[in-house]
Design a protein around this ligand. Structure first.
Ligand code: AR6
Length: 187
């Protein structure tokens, strides 16, 4: 599923983000940047030890929740990994939506700063951090749409959803946010 926003492409794919052939992929990291399961485990496994070595050297204090930091991508097809720290879901009254939006926004800013034309994003916080998928989809997509309405880059933003349930939640949220003009429509 895909839509155009001010001439740039916003896409939804189902699959494994580590296989994406884009300039940058986003990791669902923790604030210690210590590695873990889910997306984080897959990225370090497939990307090799260089990613963790660079993370430890450049970001010994980790990364605050709601932000992101960049490294090279080791053996992955991408050029960069942006390690984003989403919030742990705590019921929705602890600023989770703002923190989640901040993590996505920072990734898009990093893409601009690193000259990336394409970026792949996972559904941050929706695994180990238990953020409800439909709410996370609305926050993630509305943050990307707002960014693309204000910035000339990146040309391609692709959400890579791991399973059919996640894909369905993002597809429904995208239709809701774009007024049902997707797929192939224009915002
Ligand atoms: N490609 C795309 N999406 C994936 C993949 C993959 N290879 N693997 C899992 N997902 P999670 P979080 C989906 O747990 O909730 C880690 O231990 C998954 O189904 O990776 O932000 C970190 O070190 C889910 O929908 O990230 C942190 O401690 C989504 O990606 C903590 O988990 C995010 O799940 C971060 O938790």
């Amino acid at each position: 599923m895909q839509t155009q926003i001010h001439g740039r492409t916003l896409e939804l794919h189902q699959g494994d983000i580590t296989l994406e052939q884009v300039d940058a992929i986003v990791n669902a990291a923790n604030s210690r940047l210590a590695g873990g399961g889910g997306v984080d485990g897959a990225i370090h496994r497939r990307g090799g030890p260089a990613i963790m070595e660079e993370t430890n050297r450049r970001y010994p204090d980790g990364c605050p929740t709601g932000a992101a930091v960049a490294t090279a991508a080791g053996e992955l097809p991408a050029k960069y990994v942006f390690h984003a720290v989403g919030p742990v879901w705590a019921g929705g009254q602890r600023g989770e939506a703002d923190l989640l939006a901040g993590a996505y926004r920072r990734c898009l800013e990093l893409a601009v700063e690193h000259g990336c034309r394409s970026i792949a994003l996972p559904a941050l916080s929706t695994g180990a951090y238990r953020y409800p998928m439909d709410q996370a989809a609305r926050v993630g997509l509305s943050t990307v749409i707002a960014f693309l309405q204000e910035h000339a880059q990146p040309d391609l933003v692709r959400f890579v959803l791991f399973d059919p349930g996640a894909y369905g939640a993002f597809a429904a949220a995208l239709e809701e946010l774009t007024g049902g003009v997707s797929p192939g429509g224009t915002v």
